[in-house]
Design a protein around this ligand. Structure first.
Ligand code: NDP
Length: 242
């Protein structure tokens, strides 16, 4: 019997990443759940008796990423599906009022982090001639909104990287996809507003945001297509988001 697929989800400690872990587990996959808050990952692993490998990972640290992903235990390798989900926004001010540290966090996590993890996983996929990279972009990659200059730029970079990656691996048997969520209720806005819950809640005024599970459903749908079908890019909006 073929072994269950192995899925690596970055940013698995909350929100969309956590929902992806649950969705892939429900389909019988083994999941490498990666993030920095390992207490949450350990809790998750304890609930799933051997099906989850909690992995302490800061995607910004290339050496650490290479070391961690280069030494996965046999029953959690090779990676069949990589969900590049770790990401964040910081601040909602005009560029000239931004804290430059926030730029660094967004660029280092959303762009360099995605490259670091892809760089550690993709060569093996290409060598084996199979695998699927699913990048989590954003509607923010397709537009720009006030106070979102750098975040939108990072997500536009994710879109370019996804398209380029797909061309780079063409003919190898590896699939590359992107899912672009609109508003999803997670810890995203609280992180963006540096813990200010009121400011975070105000973002959803007039909109019923998606649940993380809604995006996880799309991610598993993308991953579950027949071998000859690639879902290249999907935009997923709440019903009432403009
Ligand atoms: P959450 O804040 O709930 O989750 C973000 C996840 O990313 C956490 O698990 C966090 O884990 C992880 N993460 C952040 N920095 C790092 C890092 N340096 N290394 C490893 N993991 C990291 O937000 P969402 O679930 O909403 O966000 C998931 C993705 O969805 C992001 O890429 C975001 O940009 C995108 N997105 C979200 C939307 C929304 O409205 N919520 C809309 C469009 C896109 P930890 O802190 O434990 O490391």
């Amino acid at each position: 019997m073929a072994h269950p697929p192995v899925v690596l989800v970055t940013g698995a400690s909350s929100g969309i990443g956590r929902a992806c872990v649950d969705a892939f587990l429900a389909q019988g996959a083994r999941v490498v759940a990666a993030a920095r808050r390992t207490d949450r990952l350990d809790e998750l692993a304890a609930q799933h008796d051997g099906a989850v490998l909690p992995l302490a990972l800061d995607v910004r640290d290339r050496d650490a990423v290479n070391a961690a992903l280069g030494s996965l235990p046999e029953n959690f390798s090779p990676i069949d599906v990589l969900v590049n989900n770790a990401g964040l926004a910081r601040g909602r001010t005009p560029l000239h009022e931004d804290d430059p540290d926030d730029w660094d966090q967004m660029l280092d996590t959303n762009v360099r982090g995605l490259l670091n993890v892809s760089g550690a996983v993709l060569p093996g996929m290409v060598e084996r001639g199979s695998g699927h990279v699913i990048n989590v972009g954003s509607n923010a990659g397709r537009e720009v909104y006030p106070g979102g200059t750098v975040y939108c730029a990072t997500k536009a970079a994710v879109e370019r990287i996804t398209r380029g990656m797909r061309m780079d691996v063409l003919g190898s048997g590896v699939k590359v996809s992107e899912v672009d969520p609109g508003m999803v209720e997670t810890e995203f806005s609280v992180v963006r507003f540096h813990g200010d819950q009121q400011a975070a809640d105000a973002v959803y005024e007039g909109v019923t945001p998606l649940a993380a599970q809604d995006i996880a459903n799309v991610v598993t749908w993308i991953a579950g297509q027949p071998p000859h079908v690639v879902i290249a890019d999907v935009l997923v909006y709440p019903l009432d988001q403009a």
